[in-house]
Design a protein. Structure first.
Length: 389
């Protein structure tokens, strides 16, 4: 055997020793990892259960491989330390297929006459080390991915649960029911199958809570606006009450004094009854039903208020016009008396007709206006004729 082969075996043994030392530290660190412990203690399901089964198998092979390599290194060092080294045995240990990975029994039905009853799978230390690198990567990948999901998503799920609870305290909503259902499923998945937990579900939950909050805010704004409209409606109702009393007083004042067809009145239902029904809806919290009814009530109330005020103004105007005509008659009559025309045979019948038209009930204002005009014209003509003499 050449010295070069022996030197290569020595270098490989040194590499294996360094690898086993590093391996031991990394395996212990992985074994103490809190996420690995959590995976080992949790009843896993689905994708994570399958991945963790592979990872546990990898971990078992890693510790077995560590033990096998440690034993081989000790044996190889013992051989290398002999005074008369068996170089061939040493190099075969370090560089050859010196590690038995597994031994299996061959069923009798599958053996030939000269076949062995057991078959062993062997590999070199280098091959075992490479296989252990792949197994370590498998185990670390599962632990890291599951731990990352727990670390990132558990706080998010807790925040979403707190936000949902707060939103529930402010009011119910079908959106919150859907968010509750999604969050419950997500939390259950995250606990037992973190690798299958979809972060998009949390985004959906937060979106539903946000939409419910926006709807609640919109409903709150609608309620505040409608409450103000109701206050305005109550003020309008008070105005209607005042206008109704004024219109009734004006009608009573005109009643019997003028022809019935000339006296204005307001017919139709009183909108105050409808307002009471709207108030009942507000008490029941049926704000969505109030807006159209309140808009319709406001239109009707405005029409009613205008009609009542017009009625009062009309009937008051009848009395005012009659009184104004009476005042003019009295002024013309006083003028006639001052001119000595109180018993004038032409003016007196006209004055009597005008007085009767203005003072007899019911008063026909049109006829009274004509009669007063006739008296005024005759008086002016008579006075002008006298002054011309």
């Amino acid at each position: 055997m050449t010295d070069a082969v022996l030197h290569r075996a020595d270098a490989e043994l040194a590499r294996l020793e360094n690898a086993v030392t590093a391996m031991a530290a990394n395996l212990v660190e992985l074994d103490e990892n809190p996420h690995r412990k959590e995976l080992g203690a949790t009843r896993l399901t689905g994708e994570t259960a399958r991945a963790w089964a592979d990872a546990e198998d990898a971990l078992a092979r890693l510790w077995q491989g560590h033990r096998q390599l440690s034993e081989l290194i000790a044996q190889a060092r013992a051989v290398r330390g002999q005074r008369r080294i068996d170089a061939e045995a040493f190099t075969r240990q370090v560089l050859g297929g010196s590690i038995t990975l597994s031994t299996s029994t061959v069923p009798l039905a599958q053996r030939g006459l000269l076949g062995a009853g057991q078959v062993s799978t062997v590999c070199s230390p280098a091959d075992l080390l490479a296989a252990m690198e792949a197994a370590f990567t498998t185990a670390v990948d599962v632990v890291t991915r599951a731990g990352d999901r727990w670390q990132r998503l558990l706080p998010g799920a807790a925040d979403a649960a707190a936000a949902l609870s707060h939103a529930r305290a402010l009011g119910d909503s079908p959106l919150l029911d859907e968010a509750d259902r999604l969050l419950g499923g997500f939390t259950a998945t995250l606990a037992g199958d973190p690798l299958a937990a979809d972060p998009a579900v949390l985004t959906r939950v937060r979106d539903l809570i946000g939409r419910a909050d926006a709807e609640r805010t919109s409903a709150s704004e609608l309620r505040a606006w409608l409450e103000q409209r109701l206050r305005d409606a109550r003020a309008t109702a008070a105005e209607i009450g005042t206008a109704r009393r004024a219109a009734e007083a004006a009608r009573q004042a005109a009643a019997g004094r003028f022809p019935e067809q000339r006296i204005a009145g307001v017919r139709g239902s009183d909108p105050l009854t409808d307002l009471a029904a709207i108030e009942a809806l507000a008490t029941a919290g049926q704000w969505a039903l109030i807006a159209p009814r309140l808009a319709r009530w406001n239109r009707q109330a405005a029409e009613r208020l205008a009609a009542l005020r017009a009625s009062a103004a009309h009937n008051t105007g009848l009395l005012a016009e009659r009184n104004e005509l009476r005042g003019r008659f009295d002024a013309y009559r006083a003028k006639a008396l001052r001119r000595g025309l109180g018993e004038d045979p032409v003016l007196t019948p006209l004055a009597d007709a005008a007085r009767a038209a203005l003072h007899d009930a019911p008063c026909d204002l049109d006829a009274a206006r004509v009669a007063l005009g006739a008296y005024q014209d005759a008086l002016s003509t008579t006075i002008a004729a006298r002054d011309a003499r």
